[in-house]
Design a protein around this ligand. Structure first.
Ligand code: AMP
Ligand code: MG
Length: 476
């Protein structure tokens, strides 16, 4: 006798219950002809979901939001946000839904969220939909980030809906199922704070503390501790982006999480040639979100978070500002320390190398990488393998004197990142119905440190003619 797999899905609604003011009950639009394009079986198992069941009609119904457990309460989340520096008081999930929370096999609460599931009352002029290409893009890049050890939302599946989407051309529609430790953003706090309801703001902050920073509840000033916790995780996150050459592309305050996970993979990309001014996003004509600006922008966004929390930090406005400012001032040091530690790992430097020597070496390297216009990712692996370009010889001599651990460097520097030309090639084929290149790219970037024979072209920089004109697009 075979035992039927347990297919009971329990979707909690803690967010909707605890902060109903920013949770709008809503339903996903029907998908006329759903077809599963990619499923993350490892993540499914981690969530206690049966992958085989997910591939069947009921499972796919869950993944597009049309067949939910009876007690589920899907909601569109309300939030505000500074977009490219300008405040927009009402954004919210225009084409997304929080289906609810799952308890994973380790007892952690994880949001199950859909993108591309139809218009909601927050849709404004948008159609509420998403196309296959951009949803697969989020899938592969977020999974690559996870494999690189960088905190991020995860991707569970992409399902083609059988509905068309009008963009510049007519495209196939898709729904991405995304998993996160929560979808609370700086913009969630801005939204509630602007409404002036301090009781709701306190409840939202308590919800965030309980989900992400339980220790803050016991602090002398719990809401200041919340602010400081978010400052710390974001400083660490941005340092990790910088270390792998990741450019988010739309660091609006609605795209900055309270958990410290990377969220919303729109016009993001990995930098090939090292250049702090690198911008890929077609709408970022001022370079606000250029690679080299990311730490400054993160600090700016955190100041917006602090503003939203002021009323909770101290009844006395001046004292609240003073406290919050002191906390914000910790960001540059926290960021620099995380970046310096990461650079030490990338360069294989041991604890014995003193900080000043490591920092000087690092600064000189960054200057050289920029002036020599070197491919950022492959530089470190080649260095570990003893391959050094002439312009770097003098620098490398100093580096070798510090007795670097080249074995350790293989575990700190990826061979494979989702390079723009590879992503584009995979998405073009996938959008035309062929998933083979996508599946291969996903496999490669899911084990980024293991060099594999036969995959040389996945480690190489883009051909010359590709790199210079590459742009990514928002409003996908
Ligand atoms: P994003 O740039 O993806 O972070 O989205 C910014 C805002 O625009 C969010 O409020 C989204 O819900 C909304 N949005 C983006 N695309 C669409 C769409 N096609 N339909 C409705 N709302 C959208
Ligand atoms: Mg967003």
């Amino acid at each position: 006798m075979s035992i039927a797999p347990d297919t009971t899905v329990v979707l909690g609604h803690r967010f909707a219950t605890e902060v109903p003011e920013i949770a709008l009950r809503w339903q996903a639009e029907a998908a006329p002809d759903p077809r599963l394009l990619v499923l993350n079986e490892t993540l499914a198992a981690e969530l206690g979901l049966n992958p085989e069941w997910l591939r069947g009609p009921d499972g796919i119904g869950l993944l597009v939001g049309t067949q939910l457990p009876a007690d589920a309460e899907p909601v569109a989340q309300g939030y505000a946000g500074h977009q490219f520096g300008g405040y927009v008081p009402r954004l919210g999930d225009g084409r997304a839904l929080l289906l609810g929370e799952l308890v994973d096999t380790e007892g952690r609460l994880r949001d199950l969220h859909l993108k591309g599931s139809g218009r909601t009352p927050f849709a404004r002029g948008g159609d509420g939909l998403a196309a296959v290409g951009p949803m697969l893009r989020e899938y592969v890049i977020s999974e690559a980030m996870h494999a690189l050890g960088i905190p991020t939302t995860r991707s569970l599946s992409v399902v083609a809906t059988g509905r068309t989407v009008q963009r510049e051309t007519v495209l196939d529609g898709a729904v991405l199922a995304r998993v996160a430790s929560s979808h609370l953003r700086v913009g969630s706090f801005q939204y509630v704070s602007a409404a002036g309801e301090s009781e709701v703001l306190r409840r939202l902050a308590d919800h965030a503390i309980s989900r992400h920073y339980p220790a803050a509840a016991d602090a002398d000033k719990p809401y200041l501790a919340l602010l400081e916790s978010v400052i710390a995780v974001q400083a660490d996150l941005i340092a990790q982006w910088m270390l792998v050459g990741f450019i988010h592309g739309v660091m609006n305050t609605d795209n900055m999480t309270i958990s410290g996970e990377t969220i919303d993979y729109g016009p993001c990309a990995f930098m090939d040639t090292f250049d702090p001014k690198t911008v890929f996003s077609s709408i970022d004509s001022w370079g606000r979100y250029a690679y080299g600006n990311q730490p400054t922008i993160a600090a700016w966004n955190l100041a917006r978070f602090a503003e939203a929390l002021l009323g909770l930090i101290d009844d006395d406005q001046d004292r609240a500002v003073e406290r919050a400012t002191a906390s914000l001032q910790q960001f540059p040091q926290l960021y620099s320390a995380a970046y310096a530690a990461g650079m030490r790992r990338k360069l294989g430097l041991s604890e014995n190398v003193d900080d000043a020597a490591a920092q000087k070496l690092c600064e000189d390297l960054v200057a050289l990488l920029e002036s020599e216009r070197v491919d950022y990712t492959s530089f470190f692996r080649r260095l570990a393998g003893g391959v050094v370009e002439p312009a770097f010889e003098a620098w490398a001599g100093r580096w070798r004197e510090l007795d670097p651990d080249v074995e350790a460097m293989q575990r700190a520097n990826p061979v494979y990142i989702p390079r723009n030309h590879l992503v584009e090639e995979a998405l073009t084929a996938a959008s035309a119905g062929d998933m083979e290149l996508f599946d291969r790219l996903l496999r490669v970037v899911s084990s980024p440190y293991d060099e594999r024979p036969g995959f040389e072209r996945y480690a190489d920089p883009a051909p010359e003619d590709f790199g210079n004109c590459f742009q990514t697009f928002c409003g996908t």
